[in-house]
Ligand binder design. Sequence first.
Ligand SMILES: [Zn+2]
Length: 154
Amino acid sequence: MKKLNFLIAFLFFLSQYAESNFYAPAINLIMCDSRENCYHEAAHKYDHLMGDISKTQEWQQAVEEYRSTAFYGYTDAKDVPFEKVDLVFFPGIGREKIPDFNPFNNSFGGWGNYTEFYATVSEYSNGDINNIPENLRKFYDMNEIGKIVKGLGY
Ligand SMILES: [Zn+2]
């Protein structure tokens, strides 16, 4: 009976997994179903390969700086196609995390935080460094991230 419960749980888990966009570092696998989502997942991979940029204090300070300037409107990223509100009030940074469980996005206990912020900025950039707020650009190599996206067929 225990084995059956485990099997059911595992199958449920797989079915969730199949519908998602994700990057699984342990098996170096990205699944994504659109260019935007691939830029998100490719950024997770790049972040990981570069030794977790999103976990550094430099990144976290830069994000805080961006969020505070964007909040008060003092940002050069005003004219870019950015969903600024999403980034100012970002789960796990500017507001509570969405209570969901996804072991594949580096955020047990809810989606959000600095690692997801890193990937989401890449997602919104559409591959163009000019669409990234100026003070965050140095944390991205859009050529490298773009190569990963190309390799995924987008
Ligand atoms: Zn993510």
